[in-house]
Design a protein around this ligand. Structure first.
Ligand code: MSP
Length: 646
């Protein structure tokens, strides 16, 4: 039987759209599970959403909708984003699902039975405006208003009773938290003494009720952490749970380490369940040197990333740029430079030149490897050493180091071609066997490189495999295919193409600038960057004639309805004064159909008709994209329907 491997990302809060930080966690998880699948493991990759809590309740209230409606929209956004980016999760758990409620109740009962829960009083500084306890200080860190000292009934978990048990567990499992520096942080924190933990609230309602005392709802962390077991059958499917628990790796950011490395194992120990095997805590990305924030305008969403570049490009950048555990700086320029130098130049060129020579000199048939000369043997040894390092490092979750090893091999093969000069050998018919051997060695090394890069840049790796004439799906490549001579002499290569287009500096900057507009990628792909009068710098400005081509008119929404099977689209009828038109808009996440009739909106009326999910759309509604979330443009004064915006 194959070994099971279970890995999780955190369950993302649904008060935001997926951004580059979430994408980072999920991309690492995806790379690790792809590697484990390659090792032949039976893998389960769980991700999901953390949907309860005061913030959600309040934000829904502000928007005049039910919390459930709000979380449905964001959860769908997360799920669809990960699917669109090809991130290969197996389970998606939502903390509002029935199976999750059952698991939380079961865990609580088990912890209570063990004698580790008691009813007490929670005291702290409370901000009435925000309806939240604040960690410290007399003023609320969110709104700045003075706080009040408050007391409420709360269930407590006897965390203090777990100090010794946890310390023993850390001693016996010194690699429980990776990297080691973070393990030390956790140990120091626990050595400093543990306070009992309040695990229920009575001051708001958007949460899971405590069994037998429904005045209380669970504290969000008790609720959310349980997602790691509720998604794997705890409380609903014992066999599934037995198969997968304990988890092999919880992948998290450094900010939520304490919850995972202290509270979570203690809850599990209390319930008689095994703690996680390993917690991998990664660092944080700043954006252009600063903490990412919407107000600073440096917020980069997952949708924007994929508007600007193909998935392999940002996967590679995120995985290669920083060692797991360290912080890093994300910049679009850094991404472009990295991609052009590594993927386009190093890997792209190696693949192109090797395959082109096989096509020109051997009619596309893979030549015989023959008996290798000294240089050939060296290259083989280098390949097997790289494969060894790659496995060792990936096994230790040092992904960027594993990728570095592959890049050393790429540059070694490029050098191998330079010193062997196959283009010179090709001129001498007596050296045909030698020419074949050199190209076989280069092509076989290229195959090994593609296998190793499968978990990192799946699209490019699959393309190299196809061009080598190996048509089995990438997932079919087991770690055993890292043995030398997997490439069959006499087989025919596939159709050649460039795997990775170069990112042109000017075009790319335009794309980055326009990334927030829906459809930015398409618009920018055809955009010709213009010079400014002042200084030759590219910009995205247009002249008035171009603007005048777009006809925008005032309209009033007459009716709105959902489109079956679509979570994003609504079908609208809009009155333009002289006619009523049908328009399809991707706003279902933010606007319920009932809330729309009567609203004044702006419609682009001279767009060619298009079909979305089979429904004809005759125009486009104008909306701002606020971090990926549409906000409809409107008027505060009366205005005649059909008026043209100029
Ligand atoms: N809901 C909790 C997790 C509960 S797990 C049972 C939560 N959610 S979160 O959406 O705020 O964060 C999810 C993950 O995204 C965390 O691991 C966090 O570290 C990561 N990141 C958020 N911003 C980040 C960066 N700027 N850079 C890297 N990762 C960051 O916490």
């Amino acid at each position: 039987m194959s070994k099971t491997f279970y890995l999780t990302t955190p369950l993302y809060y649904v008060n935001d759209v997926p951004h580059v930080g979430h994408t980072y966690t999920t991309v690492i998880a995806d790379a690790v599970v792809r590697y484990r699948r390659m090792c032949g493991d039976d893998v389960s990759f769980l991700t999901g959403t953390d949907e309860h809590g005061l913030k959600i309740e309040r934000s829904a209230r502000q928007q005049g909708i039910e919390p459930q409606e709000l979380v449905d929209t964001y959860a769908a956004e997360f799920r669809e984003t990960w699917e669109r980016l090809g991130l290969s999760f197996d389970e998606f758990i939502r903390t509002t699902q029935e199976r999750h409620y059952r698991a939380v109740a079961k865990l609580f009962r088990a912890v209570k039975r063990s004698g580790n829960v008691y009813l007490g009083q929670y005291q702290g500084n409370y901000c009435v405006g925000c309806e939240a306890y604040v960690a410290e200080g007399r003023n609320c860190p969110d709104c700045g208003r003075p706080t009040e000292f408050m007391t409420e009934d709360s269930y407590f978990f006897k965390l203090s009773a777990f100090q010794e048990k946890l310390l023993r567990f850390y001693r016996e499992n010194p690699d429980f938290v990776v990297p080691r520096s973070r393990m030390n942080e956790v140990v120091r924190f626990v050595e400093g003494g543990l306070q009992d933990l309040s695990i229920s609230r009575t001051s708001f309602r958007w949460g899971i009720p405590v069994p037998d005392d429904e005045k209380h709802i669970f504290y969000v962390w008790f609720d959310a952490l349980t997602g790691y077991i509720s998604g794997m059958g705890y409380g609903t499917d014992d066999e599934k749970f037995e198969t997968w628990w304990p988890v092999d790796v919880h992948l998290i950011g450094k900010d939520i380490l304490r919850f995972h490395a202290v509270y979570w194992p203690a809850f599990l120990m209390a319930a008689g369940l095994a703690p996680p095997k390993r917690i991998l805590s990664h660092g944080w990305w700043t954006i252009e040197g600063e903490k990412m924030s919407k107000s600073k305008g440096n917020f980069v969403t997952a949708a924007e990333l994929s508007n600007v570049v193909q998935t392999d490009y940002f996967r590679y950048f995120l995985l290669r740029e920083i060692p797991l555990g360290s912080d890093g700086n994300f910049s679009f320029d850094g991404l472009r430079t990295r991609v052009n130098s590594d993927l386009v130049n190093d890997l792209g060129n190696l693949s192109q030149r090797t395959l082109k020579m096989i096509r020109s000199y051997f009619g596309g048939v893979i030549p015989k490897g023959g008996s290798a000369d000294e240089r050939g043997r060296e290259l083989r040894d280098f390949c097997s050493e790289t494969a060894r390092l790659y496995r060792e490092r990936f096994g230790d979750l040092q992904i960027n180091k594993a990728v570095e090893a592959v890049w050393e091999l790429i540059s070694r093969v490029n050098k191998y071609l330079v010193v062997n000069e196959p283009w010179i050998l090709a001129k001498d018919p007596n050296r045909r066997a030698q020419l074949g051997s050199v190209l076989y060695h280069a092509a076989e090394a290229l195959r090994l490189i593609a296998v190793m890069l499968g978990p990192i840049v799946p699209e490019g790796a699959a393309s190299i495999m196809n061009q080598l004439g190996i048509h089995r799906p990438l997932e079919g490549n087991r770690i055993s295919s890292l043995e030398w001579a997997g490439l069959e002499s006499g087989s025919t290569i596939g159709k050649l193409s460039h795997i990775y287009p170069r990112l042109d500096k000017k075009e790319f900057r335009v794309k980055v600038k326009n990334r927030r507009a829906p459809g930015a990628a398409a618009a920018a792909a055809g955009a010709e960057p213009k010079k400014t009068a002042a200084g030759g710098q590219e910009d995205a400005r247009i002249d008035i004639k171009e603007f005048a081509k777009v006809r925008m008119q005032v309209a009033r929404i007459v009716s709105a309805e959902s489109i079956p099977k679509s979570t994003r689209l609504l079908k609208l009828k809009v009155d333009l004064g002289s006619e009523v038109r049908q328009v399809v808009a991707g706003i279902a996440g933010q606007y319920s159909p009932e809330s729309l009739p009567g609203r004044l909106v702006v419609i682009v009326t001279n767009l060619k008709p298009a079909k979305l999910m089979g429904v004809e759309s005759n125009g486009m509604i104008v909306a701002a994209s606020d971090g990926g979330k549409p906000v409809l443009a409107t008027f505060t004064e009366e205005v005649r329907l059909g008026s043209v915006l100029t």
